[in-house]
Design a protein around this ligand. Structure first.
Ligand code: C5P
Length: 271
């Protein structure tokens, strides 16, 4: 039996730079893995079985863990997903689970094929989770360069009880922004948790128009001491970064009516 952590991510910034002929959008983003994680347990089994402790999560072919295992031809493994990362929250839980499955099974089974193309075929955010840490990304999110950033930065995640579909969020998008370029993004990342107006998320305008309570959560995060506060991915999670754990823990008490999670930023685990 093997138990492996499958981390969530936030996006420090997310610029949608253009619409592509293939139906996807080009992005410029800075991904960050964080301490909030699901746990995947791998065990030998007569056939492929995927289970999850959250009954709301489908475990059939809709589940990226099932699809990742099938893509590697793994048919004698049981994988149990212990879910902590909310689905539809912009935290990349399903994508992370898929990448963790690809990395773990390829090691267990001695499979040496490149994992990046399989990861991208499963979802745009999956290639990032093969490495984790802090990464500058363009394309659909698969053109990745690791960048330096401080680890252990205190974060507060506010998790409203509403799910946002990524495909719908791209469809409703109202704004595009030009990329800042890797050198500028690298300079900003080195100064986390600084306050910068350059670290925008292009989804906020259209998602906040539908869900104005998210804009208010952002204002409350800033008012409670967050130096940076943004929606993660296409939402609905709102994330804030703080100068100290004491500041962050004080802010956590200011959202008694909402689910909150404390977390810290994590460096790349797998090199
Ligand atoms: O790649 P993934 O399955 O996560 O994408 C879900 C949907 O989000 C896509 O079908 C597409 O509509 C949209 N998307 C996009 N551009 C991206 C990533 C996702 O338009 N870079």
């Amino acid at each position: 039996m093997l138990s492996v952590e499958s981390p969530a991510k936030i996006n420090w910034t997310l610029r949608v730079t253009g619409k592509r002929p293939d139906g996807y959008h080009d992005l410029e983003t800075v991904f960050q893995t964080i301490s909030l994680h699901d746990t995947l347990v791998f065990e030998e089994s007569p056939r492929l079985v995927v289970t999850c402790d959250d009954p709301a999560v489908p475990v059939d072919e809709r589940n990226l863990v099932t699809r990742a295992a099938r893509a590697l031809g793994a048919d004698r493994i049981a994988i149990h997903i212990g879910k902590r990362i909310p689905a539809g929250g912009g935290l990349g839980g399903g994508s992370s689970n898929a990448a963790t499955t690809l990395v773990t099974l390829s090691t267990l089974l001695g499979i040496t094929v490149p994992l990046e193309p399989i990861a991208l075929s499963l979802g745009s955010d999956v290639p990032f989770f093969l490495q984790g840490g802090t990464a500058y990304a363009t394309g659909r999110g698969e053109r990745l360069t690791p960048i330096e950033a401080p680890s252990g930065i205190p974060l507060l995640l506010v998790l409203p009880d509403v799910r946002v579909s990524t495909a719908t969020a791209f469809g409703n998008l109202r704004r595009f922004s030009p990329p800042l370029g890797i050198e500028r993004q690298r300079a900003l990342a080195a100064q986390i948790p600084l306050a910068t107006s350059d670290w925008i998320n292009d989804f906020e305008e259209s998602v906040f128009a539908e869900l104005p309570e998210l804009a208010r959560i952002r204002e409350r995060l800033v008012a409670s001491g967050a130096t940076w506060a943004r929606m993660s991915g296409s939402g609905s999670t709102m994330a804030g970064a703080f100068r100290s754990e004491a500041d962050r823990d004080r802010a956590a008490g200011m959202f008694p009516e909402l689910r909150v999670e404390t977390a810290t930023t994590r460096a790349a685990a797998r090199n």
